[in-house]
Each structure stands twice: as structure tokens, then as C-alpha cells.
Ligand binder design. Sequence first.
Ligand SMILES: Cc1ncc(COP(=O)(O)O)c(C=O)c1O
Length: 397
Amino acid sequence: MNKEEWISVSDQYIMGTYRRYPVVFTRGKGMKICDTEGREYLDFVAGIAVCSLGHAHPRVTEAIKNQADKLIHVSNLYHIEAQIEYAKLLMQNSVLDKVFFCNSGAEANEGAIKLAKKYGNDLSNGSKNETITMDGSFHGRTMATITATGQEKFQQGFNPLLAGFKYVPFNDLRLLGKTISEKTCAVMIEPVQAEGGIRVPDRDYFQQVRRLCNEKEVLLILDEVQVGMGRTGTLFAHEQEGIIPDIVTMAKAMGNGFPLGAVLAKDSIAAAFAPGSHASTFGGNPLAMAAAKATLETLLGENLLSNCRLMGGYFIDKLNDLKKKHSAIKEVRGRGLLIGVELDCEAAGVIKKCMDRGVLVASAGTQVLRFVPPLIVTAQDIDQIVAILDDILREGA
Ligand SMILES: Cc1ncc(COP(=O)(O)O)c(C=O)c1O
């Protein structure tokens, strides 16, 4: 089939929940991804911050193949060898104690919200169960997580939303302090707001949030679904804040493309989940765990965190140089290799022109270009995309 035929079959059978670009991808390797027409693209999207080791990383591919030969799935009714091995590796690299495995970011956040509610309700005879989240946040597409998401555009048409959520502006301690009440069980925040436009909070914000949560006996949940697994230059983004959260959620990059998610918690909080409190058929299945273990070992063993910090700094400097030349760029912001460029126009036009020139870029909101390349990105890759952006902006975005 040619591209047009693929797209027509896609439109016939797949629900129209995405406004898809007219391209059909078939294979990838490292930073490159190839379409049905044999055209190669330099990938600064990485499946939206997922394929952090690059496409078709041999260690992950081999781990998946080996595990598929042995055992793909067995229920959490039993102990699972690959799950135990990965849980130990992950938790030994984290400040938290226990993990629950699931299949996506939204499911991880559902689990975290449930855990905080259960913990709060158990402590208070059922009265401490409200969660505070941030304006501009994004936590997923299930009913609880669109309710948690502080952006109306994701909630429209889905009333009634769930009870038990309050919202405050991101990076505003005063209103957070005023909004926490006896009923609050948790405050849930992204260390850097990603979908909300790559928004980085003030330097001491999280220290102050941690202090407030301690004072008011409220749990601090960090949504590290997008920023976790090295995206900001440390394995967990909160390592850079010098705080210990109570619960952390992760997903995207955990399996370098193999779908999985996780809820991490302190022992004392994890204990609120008893057998039967929560579950997931596929969560932590052997195949996902083999992919996750190979991903984490590669991330830690191949110096990718330092490459992320180095290339993130290099990229931001180059983008700031572009900003000096082009008034269409209002701001460059980010951490590690989660980088946003706010434009004075819609991002979609620039993204389309980048694609025409063989580079994939995403957006975050309507006016922000989002760059989340694999953490193996090189200075040459960055020079290439910066030159392309320079051309596009010179022609007029
Ligand atoms: C911060 C954050 N939380 C949650 C999610 C939802 O993850 P998923 O799409 O895997 O359900 C996302 C997805 O973009 C995210 O960026």
C-alpha cells in the first residue's frame, strides 16, 4: 500500500482521537525514524519522551526477545522473577521504598491518587481525601486523571468530573497554603509542567511545597511520568530539588517504548494498600519488566544522564542564540532534554515545516515547540535542527 492508502484505512478503522500528521512510520534506529516512502526523519519527539535510548536499542530488543522466548505473562497472583529483579534495581536507585507496576502514566497517577486517598481516609476515619493539583497541569486521560488535570480543554464534554479535587496556580505557595485544609490528603505536582508548556518553577518552590506538606500533614505526589527516567538529567527530576516526595509516578521512558508505568511510595504510605486494594492484570508482567530492566541498566551504564545534561545545556544555549535573531521566539525554557520554545504564533506551522525538512518536533499547548529527543542526541543533531529552525524562522513562521 502507498501512504495515502495506509492513511485511508487508518481513518476507516481507528477512532479519530488524534489529529495525525500525514505520515506512516515503519522503522527506526537511534535518532532516526523512517516512513513508508523510505524517507528518513531526525526524531526530536521520541514518541513523546518515551524512546530515550533511541529507537530499536539493541539491549532492549534483545531483552524483549529473550524474555518472549521464556515467559510473556503470568498473573500477579504469583511472584514474578523478572518483576522482582527490576523492582530491586529501580528501588535501589530511588529514595522511596516500594513500587506498584501498571501500564501507563494515567494508570500510575490513578494508583497514586487512590493510594493517597486510602492513606488519608485510613488516618482520619474517612475525612481526609481531597487532592490539590495545579492549574496548567496534565496527569492523563482517565476520569480521575482528567479531573486532576488543571486544564479545562481536557475536561470539556466529560461532566460530571470526580469529586475531591482542588486547583491552585503552579509555582504559587501562598494560594497552595491557603487551599490545603483538614480534608486534603495530597498535593500532586509535575516537577516541570510538560504538556502545560514546559514550565519550570522557581528554584526553591519544591523545598517550600515539601515544608508546607510536612507542616499540614499532607502527602506530596510528584508526577514524573514525563520528566522521570533521566529526561531532566537525573534519574528522577526531584533529585535536583533536594526533597523526598511521598509518592512518585513514572511511565513514558521506563521501557524505551514498551508500555509500562509505576507508582513508587514510602513504606509507611505503601502499607495503606492491602491485598485487594488495588491491582492491574498486566502491571509488571515479565515482558515489560525485561524491557524496563534493560532500559534502566543502559541508561545508568552508558552515561546517558550526563549526555542529557550536557546536550540539554548546549541545545538551550543554541536556542537562546536563535532567540536573539528571531523575534518570533518569546522564550526558551526547560531542564535537561525537556525543552520548550514559546513562539509568538501557533507552533503547528513550524512543526509542519520541520517535518517537510525531515525533522520531527512536538508541541506543548498551542504556541510552544517541545523538544524531547532521545538522550543519545549529539551536538551535530542539535546543530542540524537549530539550522533548520533558523531557516524556517527567517522565512517567517
Ligand atoms: C506528566 C504526565 N502525566 C501523565 C501522563 C499520561 O500518561 P499516559 O499517556 O501514559 O497515560 C502524561 C502524558 O503525556 C504526562 O506528561
